[in-house]
Design a protein around this ligand. Structure first.
Ligand SMILES: *Cc1c(COP(=O)(O)O)cnc(C)c1O
Length: 382
């Protein structure tokens, strides 16, 4: 169809002009190292915080499960896609998060776009931190509820919005990242939890970047003493090194998800090797708390070397401003052997293009020091 290709081509040219066109770069990854354009680079752009995607026990568990159950699940879990490993993974997750039950989804994105519309609808209200992950915004939109965005990390603004909008709505949900994916800071979960109780709202925290890294590996809900978060959602694709999303909650909520969340019902179950890998990775996290503490320690050292605010997670952003400047800084670091991807709008707000550094347990301290020197002397010159 000519009109179809004309449409796609024109869209792409407009993105190109705005320097916002993106495409998947070929990256052959070998643990911490990535190969781009024939060069071997030390990567600071991977969410495999504990390097568990490469862990021998995790790999062995995936191979064993493949041999036993095959590669794919074959159907939705409500049909024939369920297999015994799911129950084991879900009970592990529930135990780790201190909830009655858990259920896993195809991915974190599928989790939020399934969970939120299963809980709220057109008569209801959702408060969303403005910097929450795209899949929270997508879930909120899909639900048809009235969406109010509160200023990033600002529980007082959330309170004002609840005061103004809670009356007249049946149910209310507050949804936030626990650890913000592009800023690395923690949500004020204590304050949000109190608000939720006062206004009879349900608090959902997305702990994609918290599980395995903060709160002794249990996630952001445990980072400063346990907080009451009835909907603890997250992903198995970051520190856990595998793939899939999850929700930990009460038994009633989990049973509702299994029968009403459309992304659970109408999407094929996770592949058995992926479920087995996640179980093995959770074993390592539980067994080796000192190892799980390393990414945060390394992020703190890097932030300290640059006089940035203390790192609260494994993610440290260095805001550069304009897209061009962020791309140039990324190129400069590449020439020095580092892969640090520039994050630009629309992933982050206009004018806040940045380098996003993600630290993992196995990043060598000497390389982190060299990287900090480069950023200080060549990126943050002023
Ligand atoms: C990565 C991420 C997701 C999506 O998880 P996937 O399993 O990769 O789909 C959801 N929320 C946040 C905050 C994330 O960073």
């Amino acid at each position: 169809m000519r009109s179809l290709d004309d449409f796609a081509g024109e869209k792409l040219r407009a993105l190109e002009r705005a320097k916002l066109r993106r495409s998947p770069a070929v990256t052959a990854r070998d643990g911490l190292w990535a190969e781009r354009d024939g060069r071997r680079l030390l990567s600071f752009s991977c969410n495999d915080y504990l390097n568990l995607s490469q862990h021998p026990e995790v790999i062995a568990a995936a191979i064993k499960a493949t041999a036993r159950f095959g590669v794919g699940a074959g159907a939705s879990r409500l049909v024939t896609g369920n297999h015994p490993l799911f129950a084991e993974l879900e009970s592990r997750l529930a135990r780790l998060k201190g909830t009655e039950a858990a259920c896993v989804f195809g991915s974190g994105y599928l989790a939020n776009t399934g969970i939120i519309p299963a809980l709220v609808g057109p008569d209801d209200l959702i408060l969303v931190d403005e910097l929450s992950h795209a899949c929270i915004h997508a879930g909120a939109k899909l639900s048809g509820a009235t969406v109010q965005r509160y200023r990033h990390g600002d529980a007082e603004h959330a309170e004002a919005l609840l005061t103004g909008h809670r009356g007249g709505k049946k149910r209310a949900l507050i949804a936030t990242d626990g650890v913000f994916s592009m800023d690395g800071d923690l949500a004020p979960l204590g304050a949000l939890s109190q608000l939720a109780q006062r206004f009879d709202a349900w608090l959902l925290s997305d702990d994609a970047h918290g599980l395995g890294v903060v709160g002794g590996g249990r996630g952001s809900t445990f980072a400063s003493g346990p907080v009451d978060v009835p909907l603890q959602m997250g992903t198995l694709s970051k520190a856990v090194g595998a793939y899939g999303g999850y929700l930990c909650a009460s038994r009633a909520v989990i049973e509702l998800m299994q029968t009403r969340a459309r992304t659970f019902i109408y999407s094929t179950g996770l592949p058995p090797p992926v479920v087995a890998a996640a179980i093995a990775a959770l074993d390592v996290i539980a067994r080796e708390p000192a190892y799980a503490a390393l990414p945060l320690r390394k992020a703190k050292e890097f932030a300290r070397a640059l006089n940035l605010p203390e790192a609260q997670s494994a993610i440290v952003p260095v805001i550069v401003g304009e897209t061009d400047a962020a791309l140039a800084a990324s190129d400069l670091l590449r020439d020095e052997g580092f892969l640090v991807v520039a994050i630009r709008p629309p992933t982050v707000p206009p004018g806040t293009a940045r380098l996003r550094f993600a630290f993992t347990a196995q990043h060598p301290d000497a390389e982190i020091a060299r990287l900090a020197d480069l950023v200080r002397s060549r990126v943050l010159r002023h």
